[in-house]
Write a protein that binds this ligand. Sequence first.
Ligand SMILES: *[C@@H]1O[C@H](CO)[C@@H](O)[C@H](O)[C@H]1NC(C)=O
Ligand SMILES: *[C@@H]1O[C@H](CO)[C@@H](O)[C@H](O)[C@H]1NC(C)=O
Ligand SMILES: *[C@@H]1O[C@H](CO)[C@@H](O)[C@H](O)[C@H]1NC(C)=O
Ligand SMILES: *[C@@H]1O[C@H](CO)[C@@H](O)[C@H](O)[C@H]1NC(C)=O
Ligand SMILES: *[C@@H]1O[C@H](CO)[C@@H](O)[C@H](O)[C@H]1NC(C)=O
Ligand SMILES: *[C@@H]1O[C@H](CO)[C@@H](O)[C@H](O)[C@H]1NC(C)=O
Ligand SMILES: *[C@@H]1O[C@H](CO)[C@@H](O)[C@H](O)[C@H]1NC(C)=O
Ligand SMILES: *[C@@H]1O[C@H](CO)[C@@H](O)[C@H](O)[C@H]1NC(C)=O
Ligand SMILES: *[C@@H]1O[C@H](CO)[C@@H](O)[C@H](O)[C@H]1NC(C)=O
Ligand SMILES: *[C@@H]1O[C@H](CO)[C@@H](O)[C@H](O)[C@H]1NC(C)=O
Length: 805
Amino acid sequence: MFRNFSTIVILHVALTLAMVHAQDDQSGFISIDCGITQGSNYTDSKTGLNYVSEAGFIDRGISQKIQPTYNSATLDFQLTTLTSFPQSTRNCYTLKPKQGKGNRYLIRARFNYGNYDLKGQPPQFDLYLGSDLWDTINFTKSLAMDYEIIHLTSSDYIHVCLVNVGLGTPFISALELRLLDSTMYPTRFKSLILFARSNFGTSETVRYEDDKYDRIWYTIFSNGTKDVQTSGPVSLGSSTTEKVPSKVMSTAITTTSPTNYLYYSWKSVNPSDEFYMYIHLAEIETLKSNQTREFNIYLNGYYWDGPVSPVDHTTSTLFSSFYNLSTYELKMNKTQNSTLPPIFNAIELYTAKQLLQWQTEDQDAAAIWSIKSTYGLKRNWQGDMCVPQTSVWDGLNCNYDDKGTPRIISMNLSSSGLSGEIAAALANLTMIQSLDLSYNNLTGTVPEFLSQLDFLKTLPLPAGLLAKSKNGGLLLSIEASSDADTTSCPKDSCKSNKHNKVVIPLISTFSALFVLLTILGILWIIKRRRTQGRIIRDELIGSRNQRFTLSEVQKITNSFSSVIGKGGFGTVFHGSIGENQVAVKMLSESSAQGYREFQAEVSLLMSVHHKNITSLVGYCNEGNHKGIIYEYLANESLEKHLLDGSPKVLSWEERLQIGYDAAQVIAGTPGYLDPEYYTTNRLTEKSDVYSFGVVLLELITSRPAISKDTYIINWVESMVAKGSVENIIDHRLHGLFDINTAWKVVELAMTCVVRTSVERPTMNDVVTDLKNCLKTEKARRGAKPNNLNAQMSLSLESMRGPNLR
Ligand SMILES: *[C@@H]1O[C@H](CO)[C@@H](O)[C@H](O)[C@H]1NC(C)=O
Ligand SMILES: *[C@@H]1O[C@H](CO)[C@@H](O)[C@H](O)[C@H]1NC(C)=O
Ligand SMILES: *[C@@H]1O[C@H](CO)[C@@H](O)[C@H](O)[C@H]1NC(C)=O
Ligand SMILES: *[C@@H]1O[C@H](CO)[C@@H](O)[C@H](O)[C@H]1NC(C)=O
Ligand SMILES: *[C@@H]1O[C@H](CO)[C@@H](O)[C@H](O)[C@H]1NC(C)=O
Ligand SMILES: *[C@@H]1O[C@H](CO)[C@@H](O)[C@H](O)[C@H]1NC(C)=O
Ligand SMILES: *[C@@H]1O[C@H](CO)[C@@H](O)[C@H](O)[C@H]1NC(C)=O
Ligand SMILES: *[C@@H]1O[C@H](CO)[C@@H](O)[C@H](O)[C@H]1NC(C)=O
Ligand SMILES: *[C@@H]1O[C@H](CO)[C@@H](O)[C@H](O)[C@H]1NC(C)=O
Ligand SMILES: *[C@@H]1O[C@H](CO)[C@@H](O)[C@H](O)[C@H]1NC(C)=O
C-alpha cells in the first residue's frame, strides 16, 4: 500500500515566524517571561503580546540566559532567558487570573534549555498543576519544549510547580495563561493536555493575534502531499465550537493524485492514555460544477466517520475520544463518487486527564496571601498552603476532613518580625482554632472580628498590643498573656455575641424539617408518576398485536409528517394513538432484505414483551406498505438500560440469558452491518453472526457499538490483548461473574466479528456455546431460570441499530 504521507507528530518545538503586531484585548491573558529583570515588562514585537517579569508570581529562582549559539533571529524572545531553581525541591508560580474560577484556561509552560548552565545536559523534572502531576519535562525530542493544558479551574488560584526529581535543576522560560471561551473544548471533568496541534499546508506558525486565544498552531512536515490555500476568510460553521482561526483553516493539504489517501498517525506514550481528537475541515478550493469532494475517515482500519464533504469556506469539526490503544492510524479515503481527493486543514490531539484539583478553600487562601503581602513575609511560602501535605506552609496547620477543600485551622506567626496593625484578612480564616501572633511588633488594637471567629480557642498575643487595647470586654481575658505559649482564651468568655449559638440550631431544625417535607413531596410525586406510567403501559399492552390499516397509520403519524429516524430498512416516524406516543417504522418499498426483517421482527415482537422496554403496539401490512408500530418512550431506549447511568444494572446471568435467547430466534434479523456486505452486497447467515457478535459485545460491556468513543470491537480487541477481561465486562457488575464464562463469552463474541465470514462460527455453534455458559453460570449461582421471553425484545431493539432513538 502506498502511504501518501506519513507524519510523526512533532510537538513542543518552538518555531515562530514574523507576525502582525497589533493591540488586541489581552485582559484574559497572563504572560510571564521568566528570567527578565524583576519588575520589568515589554511588548513582544512578533506577536504584540505584553510580557511581564515573574515578580509577584514567585519569589525565588535565579535569572539565566541561554548560550548565544542557541539564539537566533527566529527564536521567540521569551525563550532567550529563563529562571532556574537550584534550591528547594518544589517551586511554584501562583497565577490569579482576574476572571477567577469556573473558567476554562489554556496554560502553557515553555522551556528552552539552550545550554544555559554549560553542562550540555538538559535536566528532567516534573511539572505540576497544584497537587496534580501535569507532565514530566523531558528534553529527548528537542531542547525546546512547550507543554500546554486546557483546564477548567475550580479555584481562583492556579499553581504551576516545578519539582526536582534528582535529575537536574528545574527551570522555566515562559509561563502563559489564556482565558478561553467557555464553549470551547467542552469537557467537564477532564483537563486536556496538548499532544499535537498541527496546521497543514503551511510553513508558518500561527498564534496571537491571528488566534485571539493565542493557541500555537505548529507547522508539520508531510511527504507526498499537495498544499492548497485560499485568500478568502474561512468562517465558523455550526458544528464547531473550537473557534479555529481563519488563518489556520485557509491552508490545507490534499493528495497529489485523486486515488491516493491521506494518512496521519501517532503513538501514545502511555497506552492507557485517553485521546481527544478534533479534526478541523473546510473546503478551500473552488469546485467546478462537475467536481465533488467526499471522503470517509478510518481509524486503525475501521470506518470512523463519513462520508464527509467539507463546506465551502466554513469550518466543521469532527470530534472523538479514544483510549487504550498504542498506535493510532487515521486514513482519509475518497468515496467512489468523489472526483477530488480528501482535504485536511488542521488537527488537535489531547490526552485527557482528570485532575483532583485538591486545593485550599479559596477564602482561606485569599486571606493567607493577603497576610503574606500585608506583612511582606519572606518565608518559603509558595504554591498552595495546605497541599500537598508534605509541603504545608511553615506556621500553618490544615484540616483535611473535607477531601476537596482543606481549611486553615492554625497559624503561628510568633517571632516573625510582623509590624503594623493586625491584618483585617484574618477575619476571613473562619475555621481557625489557634492563632499565635506573639513576639512581634504589632501595634493598634485587637480588632473585634477576632471574637467572631467561631472556632478560635487559642490566641497568644503580644503584651504590648494588649496594653493598648480599647476593647476590654473581649480582650481582658487574654491580657494575662505576657507568656505567649500558654495563654488561651476560654471560648465562652471570649464570646461577645452569644446569639450565634442559639440561632444556628434553630436554623438547622427548620431546614431539617424543610428537607424532610421536600423529600416526602418528591417521593409522593415519583410514586404518582410511577402509577401513571404503569397505567399507560397496560393500556398499550392491551392494544398490541393489533393490525392497522394504512389510512389509520397515516392518521397516527399525521400523514408521516415527523421523521425521527432513518435506517437501512426504512424510515421511522413519530405518531400518537390517543395520548400515547408511538414510533412507526415504515419499510422502504424496494427493500427485500427489509421485508425479511419485517417478518422476523413482527413475529418476535408479537410473542415477547418487556415492561421496561419499547414494545410492539401493532403493525401494518397493506400491499407494499409494511410498517411496525412501537410504543415510543423517548427516554427509555436500550442504551438507557445497558449503558452507564441506567437505574437498573442487568446481572451477568441476565445478560447471558438475553444473548442466548436472541441467538436462538434471531436468524434472519440483520443488525449491524457485516463489513463483507460492502464488498459482496449480500447478507449471509454469517452476517447475522457478525451482527450478533456486536450485540453480544454491547450486552457484556454496556458500551454502544459506535459512539463518540472508539468502535467497540477495536476496544475489546485491545483489552483482550492485555489479558484484562475484568475490564471488558460492565464495571457496574463489580466482578459479580464467573471469570471463565466471561472469557468464553468474550472469545465467542470476538470470533463472531472476525472480518472474513468463513472464519465465523455458525449461529448453531453460538447457541450451543451460550447455552453452556448459561448453565455454568446458573449452576454457580444456583439461580432459578429467568423469564426467558421477558427480555427478548431488548436484544431486538439493539439489533435494529440506529433507527429508533
Ligand atoms: C510596565 O512597566 C511600566 C514602567 O516601566 C509601568 O508603568 C507599567 O505599569 C508596567 N506594566 C505592567 C503591565 O506591569
Ligand atoms: C524521557 O525520554 C526518554 C527517551 O525517550 C525515555 O526513555 C523516558 O522514558 C522519558 N521519560 C519520561 C518520564 O517520559
Ligand atoms: C517521501 O516519500 C517517498 C516515497 O514514499 C520516500 O522515498 C522519501 O524518502 C520520503 N521523503 C522524506 C523526506 O521522508
Ligand atoms: C484502559 O485500561 C486500563 C487497564 O488496562 C484501565 O484501568 C483503564 O480504565 C482503561 N481506560 C479506559 C478509559 O477505559
Ligand atoms: C469537468 O469539466 C471541465 C471543463 O469545465 C473538464 O475539463 C473536465 O475534464 C471535467 N472533469 C470531469 C471529471 O468530468
Ligand atoms: C479507498 O477507496 C477506494 C474506493 O473508493 C478503494 O478502492 C480503496 O481500496 C480504498 N483504499 C483504502 C486504502 O482503503
Ligand atoms: C454515486 O452517484 C450515482 C449517480 O449520481 C448515484 O446513483 C449513487 O447513489 C452514488 N453513490 C453513492 C455511494 O453516493
Ligand atoms: C508558635 O511557634 C513557636 C516557635 O516558633 C512556639 O514556641 C509556640 O509554642 C507556637 N505557638 C503555638 C500556639 O503553638
Ligand atoms: C521591634 O522593633 C524594634 C525597633 O523598632 C526592634 O528593635 C525589635 O527588634 C523589634 N522586635 C521584633 C520582635 O521584631
Ligand atoms: C473576606 O472574604 C470576602 C469574600 O471572599 C471578601 O470579599 C473580603 O474582601 C475578604 N476580606 C478581607 C479583609 O480580605
